[in-house]
Write a protein that binds this ligand. Structure first.
Ligand code: GLC
Length: 561
């Protein structure tokens, strides 16, 4: 038994969690923008896909300066998406279909339209309202230089200067992301209290857990010093500071006070796996996204190191690993794996790189079988199951992502992974709106996606959707998958092969040759058909191993013979 079958306490240890980027999932009202009505209409699709939970990126009122991560009101739904009553209905309906709901909380910053920030600007320098944020005078004789030399996560300075009531230049405020996302001061008791109330608000509405945005950035060194490259772990002025742990421990107590306990899932981007595991101690978060695996190139040795390191560091704190190939911030795997450099790094994100999409597609299918076979939980970002590529030719005037603008147009931004899903039909908007409507979607869909629609793929078991559906079904029912141990099997250097449970094996061929498989009774699933019983390059297979290969070698088929 596994996944949601385990019962209360452990569903998240093995879950397959599907990320819904609401704007681009499905439009239920016909205005071209995805919404809750669209999600509700498509819940059967998600149930049939075979996932256990849905994580919704922020659905709150927002001016949309950063894809909804600029939240103006944490207790309401953006009117473009629907109403709170609809969200409540969605949470309840999803639950009746066996789908739990995770909401995104954004504690590091608020929207500049949030009442707290509006009040802080109005109240002026030195006011208590400003103490909830980081307002500081500028440096230099006229105060026209930013208060320190930090760099925004999106490039440039993270400080913006305000104007005083008389129009004269005033203090600056800190925003690690866009100027529309002022950072909160987490030493302020209001900030802590407010966020615990926000958690309660959603937990009381039946959500199963929260995804914690920018989870390692909340706490700043009170003196806001410049970054010392030789800083001690935990003493960077704003990343991964010691004080964070106490905040998450208090969130954990809150989450544990519910029946069923709610789950904390951290967006913990820290390069050091040991530092990451500190957030996953039994009294802090339950799980965190595995960005090391997500960013790992399609290279056998690197993947193996990433997997082993992940399992080792998670085991130290008793937390299950997570396996993530994509999300709304990163290049779609089909595109990334089709390039010469198959790793992901924000710093090196460029458009117009030569890409072999057929190769990328092939590797993405193999990577999916790898991720779904590894111990722990797995995340699937909407459209990943359809094998959508990154859309790289969005016209400049339709680009929305601030990352693009703040990089001076060098970084293509993240819109290419956020294009509305194709559901049916031959031309845009591919059934994105309600039946009979053809709304224009704010982010354009490519003209050549007819074969990638849900409708086109649903009929074809060999499609990407077919592969995901079958894999998720097997993952749900097969003994040994999800949480639990892994045993590496002997294999050539460029092959990853491991067993789960008694007789399940996953083999991934990252070499350039056909490879033999361990002795098996059945091929449960493969990302491409086997070739004379052997596994082709850039492919993966799930096998049911022969029971006692040494004792009874003739009783089973073996590709090696
Ligand atoms: C997280 C989100 C990203 C957002 C940022 C600021 O990294 O995933 O989309 O831009 O936080 O909230």
């Amino acid at each position: 038994m596994r996944g949601s079958d385990i019962g209360h306490s452990g569903w998240w240890r093995s879950a397959a969690i599907y990320q819904v980027y609401v704007r681009s999932f499905a439009d239920g009202t016909g205005d071209g923008v995805g919404d809750l009505a669209g999600v509700r209409a498509r819940l059967p699709y998600l149930r049939d896909l075979g996932v256990d939970a849905l994580w919704f990126t922020p659905w709150y009122p927002s001016a949309g300066a950063d894809g909804g991560y600029d939240v103006a009101d944490y207790r309401a739904i953006d009117p473009t998406y629907g109403t709170l009553a609809e969200a409540e209905a969605l949470i309840a309906e999803a639950r009746t279909m066996g789908l739990r709901t995770i909401v995104d909380v954004v504690p590091n910053h608020v929207s500049d339209q949030h009442p707290w920030f509006v009040d802080a600007l109005a109240a002026g320098p030195g006011s208590p309202e400003r103490e909830r944020f980081w307002f500081r005078p500028g440096r230099g004789r006229r105060g026209d230089e930013p208060p320190n030399g930090w760099t925004s996560e999106f490039g440039g300075t993270p400080w913006t200067r305000t104007k005083d009531a008389d129009g004269a230049p005033g203090d600056w405020y800190l925003h690690l992301f866009t100027p529309e996302q002022p950072d909160l001061n987490w030493t302020h008791p209001d900030v802590r209290r407010e966020h615990e109330e926000i958690l309660r608000f959603w937990f009381d509405r039946g959500v199963a857990g929260v995804r914690i945005d920018s989870a390692v950035l909340l706490v700043k060194h009170p003196g806001l010093p410049d970054v010392d490259p030789a800083h001690q772990p935990g003493d960077h002025p704003y990343v991964d500071r010691h004080e964070l742990h106490e905040i998450y421990a208090s969130w954990r107590r809150l989450a544990d006070s519910y029946d069923e306990p709610r789950v904390l899932i951290g967006e913990v981007w820290v390069p050091d796996p040991q530092r990451m595991s500190l957030y996953l101690r039994p009294d802090e978060m339950h799980t965190a996204f595995n960005f090391d695996f997500l960013a790992c190139p399609w290279e056998p040795a690197r993947l193996r190191v990433s997997i082993e390191m992940t399992l080792r560091t998670h085991a130290q704190v008793g937390a299950p690993a997570t396996w993530v190939l994509s999300n709304h911030d990163v290049t779609r795997p089909v595109t990334r794996y089709g390039r010469a450099d198959t790793s992901f790094a924000f710093e090196s994100k460029r458009a117009g790189i030569a890409t072999d999409l057929a190769l990328g597609q092939r590797r993405a299918r193999a990577a999916a079988l790898l991720a779904m076979a590894l111990p722990g939980s797995v995340y699937i970002y909407q459209g990943e199951e359809l094998g959508l590529p990154e859309v790289e030719d969005i016209e400049p005037h339709r680009i929305q992502d601030p990352m693009h603008f703040r990089s001076g147009g060098i970084d293509p931004g993240r819109d290419g992974a956020r294009v509305p899903l194709p559901w049916s039909g031959d031309t845009p908007p591919y059934g994105f709106g309600p039946p009979g409507t053809t709304p224009e979607t704010p982010l354009p869909q490519p003209d050549d996606w007819a074969a990638l629609t849900v409708e086109a793929q649903a009929a074809d078991p060999e499609s990407s959707l077919g592969l995901y559906r079958t894999a998720l079904r097997i993952r749900r029912t097969q003994d040994g998958l999800g949480d639990g141990p892994l045993r590496w099997l002997p294999a050539g250097g460029d092959v990853l092969a491991f067993a789960r449970g008694d007789r399940f094996a996953c083999v991934v061929n990252l070499s350039t040759d056909l490879v033999d498989l361990p002795r098996y009774d059945d091929v449960l699933l493969s990302s491409v058909p086997l070739d004379g019983g052997r596994l082709a390059p850039d492919a993966a297979a799930w096998l049911r191993l022969s029971p006692e290969p040494e004792a009874n070698p003739t009783a089973s088929r073996s590709a090696a013979t």
